[in-house]
Design a protein around this ligand. Structure first.
Ligand SMILES: [Zn+2]
Length: 282
C-alpha cells in the first residue's frame, strides 16, 4: 500500500511540475480561459528534485469495499405481474384487450362480501379485492360518516351478455359501447372491479352525479390507499373508451395504485404504455 501511495504522489508532483513548465515556457497562458484559474494554480516546487511527501497532497483512495449510498428508491418494476393473465392483479382489459378465453373464464377465488357491506344484488369478488374493499368501506364510514354500497361486482360472461344487450336495446350499439362492455371485454368479469355508490346521495351508475358526493370525492382521493384505481376517469374517454364513471373502481393492489397516485398517471393504459382503446378492433 505504501508503495502505491508513493507512486501516486510521484505522479502528482510530476504533473504539477509539467504544468508549471508549460506555463513558464508560454505553452499555456497564465491568464485567460485556462481551466485552472491563475489564483488557484498550484505553484511549481522551487526545486524539481524536491522529494515528495506522500502525506501532503495525495487524496484518499477509496477502499474496494466502498459502495455509494443509493441516491433514490429503486424504480417501480412494471413487469412484476402480468398484464395479460386474467388472474393477475394487474390484468388490463379494454376494448382492444379481451379477457383470454373470455367466454369460459371464471376467477378462481370468488367470495361473498361480508354481511355488513351493503350489497343489494349479492355480488361476489375475488378474495383479495373483497378484503381490501371491506377495509375501504370501513375507513370511508369512519372518515366521512357515509356508508358505501357495493352496487355491482363480479359479472360472469353470461351475465355480461344480458347487461350489454340491455344497453344496446335502450341506447343502440354506439351508446351501449360507451357505458357497457361487450361480453368478454368487461373488467367486471375479472372479479376485481366494483361499482361503488352510497346509501345517502341517491345517485346511480349513470351520469356524473356520484362524482360530486362526499363518498365519490373521498373515493377519488383515497381509494389508492387500499389498492383501487378509478378506472374510467373524467376526460379519458379517448384512452379508455368509456365515459367518465365516477363509481367504477378496479382493484390492482396497493403498490401499483400508490405508484399511479404518486406519479399522477390516470389510466392503466398510459401507465403501462399501451395503445389507447377508444373502440373495438372490429
Ligand atoms: Zn363498472
Amino acid at each position: 500500500m505504501r508503495a502505491i501511495l508513493l507512486a501516486v504522489a510521484t505522479l502528482v508532483v510530476a504533473a504539477i511540475v509539467a504544468v508549471g513548465t508549460l506555463f513558464a515556457t508560454g505553452v499555456l497562458p497564465i491568464g485567460g480561459s485556462a481551466a485552472v484559474s491563475p489564483s488557484a494554480a498550484v505553484p511549481a516546487p522551487s526545486s524539481p528534485s524536491a522529494s515528495p511527501t506522500p502525506s501532503a497532497s495525495v487524496p484518499a483512495i477509496p477502499s474496494p469495499e466502498f459502495t455509494p449510498e443509493p441516491s433514490a428508491a429503486p424504480a417501480f418494476d412494471k413487469a412484476a405481474y402480468s398484464i395479460d393473465d386474467p388472474t393477475s392483479p394487474w390484468v388490463i382489459v379494454n376494448k382492444l384487450r379481451p379477457l383470454a378465453d373470455g367466454a369460459a373464464y371464471e376467477p378462481p377465488d370468488l367470495v361473498d362480501l361480508p354481511s355488513d357491506m351493503p350489497n343489494p344484488n349479492g355480488y361476489q369478488m375475488r378474495a383479495d379485492a373483497a378484503a381490501s374493499l371491506e377495509e375501504m368501506f370501513h375507513t370511508a364510514l369512519a372518515e366521512t360518516g357515509v356508508q358505501l354500497v357495493a352496487q355491482s361486482g363480479y359479472r360472469s360472461y353470461s351475465v355480461q351478455v344480458r347487461a350489454y344487450d340491455y344497453y344496446v336495446n335502450s341506447l343502440g350499439v354506439a351508446g351501449a359501447d360507451l357505458t357497457s362492455a361487450r361480453p368478454g371485454y368487461s373488467e367486471h368479469q375479472t372479479g376485481m372491479a366494483m361499482d361503488i355508490l352510497d346509501t345517502v346521495s341517491g345517485c346511480s351508475t349513470d351520469g356524473r352525479c356520484f362524482a360530486d358526493t362526499t363518498a365519490g370525492q373521498w373515493l377519488a382521493a383515497n381509494a389508492w390507499r387500499f389498492g383501487w384505481v378509478l378506472r374510467y376517469p373524467d376526460g379519458a374517454t379517448p384512452i379508455t373508451g368509456y365515459e367518465f364513471e365516477p363509481w367504477h373502481y378496479r382493484w390492482v393492489g396497493v403498490p401499483l395504485a400508490t405508484e399511479m397516485h404518486t406519479t399522477g398517471v390516470g389510466t392503466l393504459e398510459e401507465f403501462f404504455g399501451l395503445p389507447a382503446a377508444p373502440d373495438y378492433a372490429g
